[in-house]
Design a protein around this ligand. Structure first.
Ligand code: SAH
Ligand code: SF4
Length: 346
């Protein structure tokens, strides 16, 4: 397949070099950048301050989209929208918009599929297809930003919690945030981003060293190695003690709180014993626990916990001084909930 390079795979410095090579004055790169990331242009013709000739040259050298919309689904509550996109190589990915009060949160994908094989996750059940490029990751945000702009709204938060493991595609994930963070362009602050990881310890340590303002969430889901391993195979490589050590290092280096994700599964990880063990593990760590009743997926028979179990789990953590909130399950009717993203036609 002979594809032109994707314009969103270039950062501002790359564009400056390219346009300088083309004999353009230095300000043209900024005009193009602002047209794409502020004006949310979908092709150079929409960037009115660019000369037409330059626009044509850009269009003959670069692709201005990697995402073809296949389907759009809206949840019955009207607040969640899921879009399935086809990539040029035929792989498919999904991205979700969640509107809640003043927030417009996007959940975006970093890989087509996922190699981590977590048993209760639809993306894990489909296996790994490939990494997304930084431009393919960033363009999911621009896609929804254009829709929101048309109704006078803007993206407020971005979570890298869609398909894929962001720390298994470390550079592209961080570079996509850089593209969107750039002050002359999209200018979404680092604190508006959250990276969620299954717990790749070396990557967590590397991320800690970068001392960025990006939020970090860790998918923990179990408080002992045997149980965690049965749900998240990666635990064999990075057991809980090592994972929590890396989290402590992150908190020490950044002063930032870590979020732990916990999908509550009836009679699996929702017992008072698990809650007590978790509370014990997290003593003294600057953190917060997000619990969410399991979302159904085809390849996993486990059920979500009853409201009583959820309440009891939360009560035990809070009583032990561990802050804990229950997340509302959203978009379940359109398989847009956590762990439900899978592209069946990929
Ligand atoms: N790979 C990253 C981010 C994508 S998954 C990670 O695992 O953290 C986003 C979140 O959804 C993770 O916390 C994951 O554990 C959770 N999740 C996966 N399957 C789920 C399911 N069926 N119900 C609820 N949460 C699920
Ligand atoms: Fe991958 Fe995250 Fe799903 Fe695990 S939960 S299979 S790491 S996407």
């Amino acid at each position: 397949m002979d594809l032109k390079p994707l314009i969103f795979d270039l950062n501002l410095t790359d564009l400056q070099h390219i346009l300088a090579d083309w004999g353009q004055p230095a300000y043209r790169a900024t005009q193009l950048w602002q047209g794409l990331y502020r004006g949310l242009a979908t092709h150079p013709g929409e960037i009115t301050n660019l000369p037409r000739r330059l626009g044509e040259q850009l269009e003959s050298a670069y692709r201005f989209t990697a995402l073809e919309v296949i389907t759009v689904q809206r949840s019955s509550d009207g607040q969640t929208t899921k879009t399935l996109f086809r990539l040029p190589d035929g792989n498919a990915i999904e991205a979700v918009l969640m509107a809640y009060a003043e927030r417009r949160t996007l959940c975006i994908s970093t890989q087509a599929g996922c190699a981590m094989g977590c048993v209760f996750c639809a993306t894990g059940q489909m296996g790994f297809k490939r990494n997304l490029s930084r431009g393919e990751i960033a363009e999911q945000v621009l896609f929804y930003a254009r829709q929101l702009a048309a109704r006078g709204e803007a993206v407020t938060n971005v979570v890298l919690m869609g398909m894929g493991e962001p720390f298994h595609n470390y550079e592209a994930s961080l570079e996509a945030i850089d593209l969107l963070n750039q002050p002359d362009g999209f200018n979404l602050g680092a604190r508006r981003f959250t990276i969620s990881t299954v717990g790749l310890v070396p990557a967590i340590r590397r991320f800690a060293q970068e001392r960025r303002q990006i939020n970090l969430a860790i998918s923990l889901h179990a408080a002992d190695d045997e149980l965690r391993h049965s749900m998240l195979p990666i635990n064999a490589r990075y057991p809980i003690a090592d994972l929590l050590d890396a989290c402590r290092e992150y908190v020490d280096l950044t002063g930032r709180r870590v979020t732990f994700e916990w999908a509550l599964i009836q009679d699996v990880n929702d017992t008072p014993a698990q809650a007590q063990r978790l509370a014990h593990l997290l003593q003294g760590l600057l953190c917060h626990v997000n619990i969410i009743p399991l979302n159904p997926t085809q390849g996993y028979a486990g059920a979500k916990s009853t409201p009583q179990r959820v309440a009891e789990f939360q009560r035990i953590l809070n009583a032990a001084g561990v802050p804990c909130t229950v997340r509302v399950r959203r978009g379940i009717d359109i398989q847009a909930g956590c762990g439900q993203l899978a592209s069946s036609d990929a």
